[in-house]
Design a protein around this ligand. Structure first.
Ligand code: 2YJ
Length: 285
């Protein structure tokens, strides 16, 4: 999984209202409405300020990323949640979060990023939530995905969850990866999923694209009027791609965090089963 960098997220807090406006323009909802819609929850049923979130900086692996906790906090505050960053990292930070009465604890290492609901002792995760958010955004931008063909670029963990969700949306799915075997595994596992070995050909042949890869996509490959939902980091598109596409939905962190928050709240408010809001573990593949 791509590790975020300070450079990638440096503008997240200051651009939060731009993201809200951009979402309004493309899909007619702000981030909070959008996350509730993705989770199939009526916005009026959640009082966001009732849910106190702690963000715990984590030093393991590549260490703390400057601005990461601040960016998560900014996304949660935009949704009206009361949120704070613990003054300590790691285990001391978790104990601080509990003793401060946090209902949800956000924490990430290099592999996993979870929103632990302290009331239910279950959590939502960023992989599942990112896939959910970007599949939902693609559907809203396109109107409906029923009977349509969607290309998933990148057969990693977000891509795999997206493939499953797109099938549930009624789409037929092409999947491509620079390591063809990864796409072929998904083709073998799921009906109506077609692995395409030639990544460029796959992109050229599809108008609806969910990009969950870290690679860049040359604009010359993108169809005029393409509708693209792109959680992949770093940002994949050049000026030509932006001109050709009708819509590119992308942000580095906030949409996934927004869906994680509503998913984690749903664990306690709506008895959502914990298994529904996490990605499958790689070892079960
Ligand atoms: O607490 C910190 O500052 C760091 N331990 C954050 C680590 C962030 N984790 C990653 O970048 C992972 N690759 C997962 C990111 C998921 C974003 N979609």
């Amino acid at each position: 999984m791509t590790r975020l960098t300070e450079e990638m997220i440096k503008n997240v807090p200051s651009k939060m209202s731009d993201l809200d406006r951009e979402l309004e323009r493309i899909i007619g909802m702000d981030m909070k409405e959008f996350a509730c819609h993705a989770m199939n929850v009526d916005l009026k049923r959640i009082n966001f300020s009732d849910h106190k979130a702690a963000i715990v900086p984590v030093t393991s692996g590549g260490g703390v990323i400057g601005g990461f906790s601040l960016s998560v906090e900014a996304a949660l505050r935009t949704m009206g949640m009361s949120s704070f960053i613990t003054s300590s990292c790691d285990v001391a930070g978790i104990s601080e979060a509990f003793s401060s009465g946090a209902d949800i604890i956000f924490m990430a290492d290099d592999e996993r990023f979870i929103a632990l609901n302290t009331r239910t002792r279950s959590f939502s995760d960023n992989i599942w939530s990112t896939a959910k958010g970007y599949v939902t955004a693609l559907r809203l931008a396109e109107g409906s995905l029923v009977g349509k063909r969607v290309l998933v670029v990148g057969a990693g963990r977000v891509g795999t969850e997206a493939v499953k969700m797109l099938k549930k949306e009624g789409a037929s799915v092409d999947v491509t990866d620079i390591i063809p075997h990864k796409a072929e595994v998904l083709e073998a596992r799921y009906d109506n999923v077609n692995a395409v070995t030639d990544v460029s050909l796959a992109i050229r042949s599809n108008r609806l694209i969910l990009n969950a890869s870290p690679g860049s996509i040359p604009g010359s490959l993108i169809q005029k009027g393409a509708v693209i939902s792109s959680p992949g980091v770093p940002y994949a598109f050049d000026k030509e791609g932006e001109k050709n596409a009708k819509v590119i939905i992308h942000d580095v962190l906030s949409l996934g965090v927004a869906v994680m928050a509503v998913a984690s709240i749903s664990l306690s408010l709506f008895d959502v089963p914990a298994s529904e809001v996490v990605a499958e573990r790689p070892e079960t593949k």
